[in-house]
Design a protein around this ligand. Structure first.
Ligand code: AMP
Length: 188
């Protein structure tokens, strides 16, 4: 079972992915987490992406596709992956399909967390105060929302056309969202 958790930044994808790792033994592949780890380690990659991330723009398709490819390669026996924050562009979605197909796998389900933008801004303001992530500052966050609308949201129709898309209310509490995701996975 390979699942894409889909939605704008701060929709709760990471929280739900971590629950699925704990409850179902999936492997979470978060390109945002991988890029932050690269920055913390001080690697060349981390240095290359720092400014782009802090501004709220997307890093290149080439970089994130390579990160995902590396993880798929390192986990050949995984029972399932949760893609969190990837794919974010049409070329990333195409690369993911190709990488999975090369391993006899596919995207089985795409779950979209639907959220209200004003509530997201509130959530992120709180997260900025608590965690101080540079890309959560109001200007960068607005840019992330614009990147989502222009580059990522078009994927909704791609996956809907493939019959893989389920949509749930991402504004519900964490346990209710988790229950809704569980219900969808049990029916796939
Ligand atoms: P996230 O934690 O998923 O919101 O990602 C934080 C930042 O990392 C994003 O604002 C982008 O700069 C970068 N990033 C993460 N995933 C991707 C992706 N799939 N494509 C391009 N940039 C990404």
């Amino acid at each position: 079972m390979n699942l894409i958790l889909f939605g704008p930044p701060a929709a709760g994808k990471g929280t739900q992915a971590k629950k699925l790792v704990a409850d179902r033994g999936f492997i979470q592949l978060s390109t945002g987490d991988m890029l932050r780890a690269a920055r913390t380690s001080g690697s060349d990659l981390g240095k290359r992406v720092a400014e782009i991330m802090d501004s709220g723009s997307l890093v290149s398709d080439e970089i994130v596709i390579a990160l995902i490819e590396e993880q798929l390669e390192q986990n050949p026996g995984a029972s399932g992956f949760i893609f969190d924050g990837f794919p974010r562009t049409i070329p990333q979605a195409k690369a993911l399909d190709d990488s999975l197909a090369a391993r006899g796998r596919k995207v089985d389900a795409v779950i979209r967390l639907k959220v209200d933008e004003n509530a997201l801004i509130e959530r992120v303001t709180k997260r900025f105060e608590a965690e101080g992530r540079a890309d959560d500052n109001p200007d960068a966050f607005k840019k992330r929302l614009v990147a989502y609308s222009s580059q990522t949201a078009p994927l909704v129709e791609v996956y809907r056309a493939q019959g893989k898309l389920s949509e749930i209310d991402g504004m519900a509490d964490v346990a209710s969202v988790a229950a809704a995701i569980g219900g969808i996975l049990d029916s796939v």
